[in-house]
Design a protein around this ligand. Structure first.
Ligand SMILES: NC(=O)c1ccc[n+]([C@@H]2O[C@H](COP(=O)([O-])OP(=O)(O)OC[C@H]3O[C@@H](n4cnc5c(N)ncnc54)[C@H](OP(=O)(O)O)[C@@H]3O)[C@@H](O)[C@H]2O)c1
Length: 361
């Protein structure tokens, strides 16, 4: 990558949403690596306290437009967007990083991730690297696909399973999480068939998997960006995805089509989202020892390979993955364009973030 545009950049790494669970962990990790995180967010004691603890600078910005304007003005080297609502926030923040600045987010849905990847030509022309999906969601299964496909021809079919295990901190569910569940029910599942993205049922293709550590987990189809990433890195015409977050109970799966119809009515959808956002979640340890990304790949000659990526708590892994991607971009190791993490850096980035491959051979 040429240094002409970066020469005028500050060298700082900005963390948007630095008071949040992931943002605060990313800031602490980057500071521990000797980088200069700048904490960006709404004015609050929490933001000031977090910055004081790290000896970090603060940029106050109350909304997305102000954040984008401050990025254009100060020209940080890397921006890590942990605010969420990526379908709304990601492209305007990413645009503000051009030319020459780099961008990282943790999107994992099928609206935000393709929108960001659509900026690939603009980013390449501006000598910037944009990396979306830099969390357990996307990276853990994408990396297994990249690993299993290394040096091999295009496979016929890929199935990925995203099996995160996350401790619940208790408290309200929150608007972003509630909206992602409601959206998934309303939109149904997705798959690639004959190279084209097609609609499937939410909860399709239910799996009852025995994990390499002997524990078991159920998963089923949902509209998540692991699907798109697996398709992009493998080029397989048939790709399916399941997640441990999807409903697997037969009773729930029967009522889902009716729920989807009701949630297609705007006011109903908004009411249900509000009610769910306020619902209290119990404090609970993570349900399984490890989080796992999993891929099963079949080639046209019948060869079949299976692999896993083992991580611990899915949230901790997400913070580690975003930090690893941001640190690599800060060191100038990216390549111009827009990518998911393993498509940009190779499968090794998932190991550098603390994951371990368990492959069938
Ligand atoms: N890909 C994956 O595997 C993965 C895993 C985990 C999380 N995620 C995603 O990562 C995102 C962050 O998760 P989290 O658990 O860290 O969330 P969180 O704890 O709720 O933190 C969100 C942060 O964003 C800030 N924020 C939200 N809306 C804002 C706005 N309009 N203007 C300015 N600041 C705003 C909040 O600031 P205030 O303190 O001022 O409210 C807070 O600092 C979520 O979208 C989540 O879905 C992805």
């Amino acid at each position: 990558m040429t240094d002409t545009t970066n020469a005028t950049r500050s060298g700082d790494v900005w963390i948007l949403g630095a008071t949040g669970r992931i943002g605060s962990a990313v800031a602490a990790r980057l500071a521990a690596e000797g980088l200069d995180p700048v904490l960006v967010g709404r004015e609050s004691d929490r933001l000031r306290k977090a910055a004081a603890e790290l000896g970090a600078k603060v940029v106050i910005a109350d909304d997305i437009d102000t954040m984008a304007a401050e990025i254009s003005r100060h020209r940080p080297s890397v921006v890590v967007n942990t605010i969420g609502k990526y379908a709304e926030t990601a492209t305007s923040i990413a645009h503000a990083c051009l030319p020459g600045g780099h961008y990282v987010d943790l999107a994992a849905d099928l609206t935000a991730v393709p929108r960001l990847l659509d900026l690939r030509q603009e980013a390449a022309a501006a000598d910037s690297t944009l990396v979306t999906g830099s969390g357990f969601g996307v990276l853990a299964s994408e990396a297994v696909v990249v690993k299993l496909c290394e040096g091999r021809p295009t496979p016929a079919a890929v199935r990925v399973d995203a099996l995160s295990s996350v401790a619940s901190e208790g408290g309200a569910m929150g608007a972003a999480y509630a909206a992602s569940i409601v959206d998934a029910i309303a939109e149904g599942g997705r798959a690639y068939a004959g190279g084209r993205l097609v609609k499937t049922r939410l909860g399709a293709d239910p799996q009852h998997l025995t994990l390499p550590d002997g524990q078991t987990v159920k998963s089923a189809g949902a509209p998540t960006a692991e699907l798109l990433a697996a398709h992009e890195v493998s080029k397989a015409p048939t790709v399916t995805v399941t997640t441990a977050l999807a409903p697997t109970s037969p009773v729930v799966r029967v009522v889902l089509p009716l729920a989807a119809k009701l949630l297609s009515i705007g006011p109903v959808r908004r009411f249900v989202t509000r009610q769910m956002a306020g619902a209290k979640m119990k404090l609970a340890p993570r349900p399984r020892r490890h989080s796992w990304g999993h891929a099963v790949i079949t080639w046209p000659d019948g060869t079949r390979r299976e692999g896993w990526l083992r991580a611990d708590d899915g949230m901790d892994y997400t913070a580690a993955a975003a930090s690893e991607v941001a640190a690599r971009l800060a060191r100038g190791e990216g390549k111009p364009g827009a990518y998911t993490p393993a498509a940009c850096f190779g499968a090794d980035v998932a190991v550098a973030a603390g994951g371990t491959f368990v492959l069938d051979d």
